[in-house]
Write a protein that binds this ligand. Sequence first.
Ligand code: R1P
Ligand code: URA
Length: 236
Amino acid sequence: MIPTPHIEVDKKGIIAETVIMPGDPLRAKFIAENFLENPVLFNKVRNMFGYTGTYKGKKISVMGSGMGMPSIGIYSYELFKFYDVQNIIRVGSCGAYSEEIDLYDVILVEESYSESTYAKVMAGIEDNILKPSEELNKKLEEAAKGLNIPVHKGRIHSSDVFYRQNFDDYKKIRDNYGCIAVEMESFALFANAQVTGKNAACLLTVSDSLVTMKATTSEERMKSFTNMMKIALEMA
Ligand SMILES: O=P(O)(O)O[C@H]1O[C@H](CO)[C@@H](O)[C@H]1O
Ligand SMILES: O=c1cc[nH]c(=O)[nH]1
């Protein structure tokens, strides 16, 4: 079924086996233009930019996912199911739930807790904690070590909601589930990888802290979260 409703590529082989996937399509453009050799734009449907190029001689793609589970649910499913993509590495931003985690720190997600119904509705998956690929995580950790970039590892909260009416509610999730940070896509990505028999992982950079209320700017979120980009590219 290609092209798909959301990706205008009509041939296999244009999109690489490994796709690096930020939420922001402009972060995808930034990665392609600053890290890939000879990047070629393969998707601009809904401005959800996707590029294929090479990194240190290896073919690799980068594409935005949009925000939230319904959005990454669509893009990652189409990539896994219809374009023979084997690995998707999300490179996202997140809010810190712990004082020990500072702005710009990088987190390698070991488990993703969610109250979302995505996995259940999509495939009858009842678990509320999903895991990334062990093998990808091992490689990402090795790549981070090789680059001398420290990473926190742990369980994060994958949320359907950015703006809670009761801000302090996040503390219940942090304390009950041991989550160190919050983002909004990894749970759906891991569910899709499980359903399609493919591999997914997630690196996050801390853009703000729910504890200290420190925050980066939107420009910084787009352009300066380069450490996680380098780890993902080096691994790929
Ligand atoms: O920076 P991205 O990858 O979009 O990730 C985070 O930022 C968005 C919210 O601002 C949500 O998509 C959340 O998961
Ligand atoms: O999902 C997110 C991402 C960054 N910061 C948050 O508070 N939530």
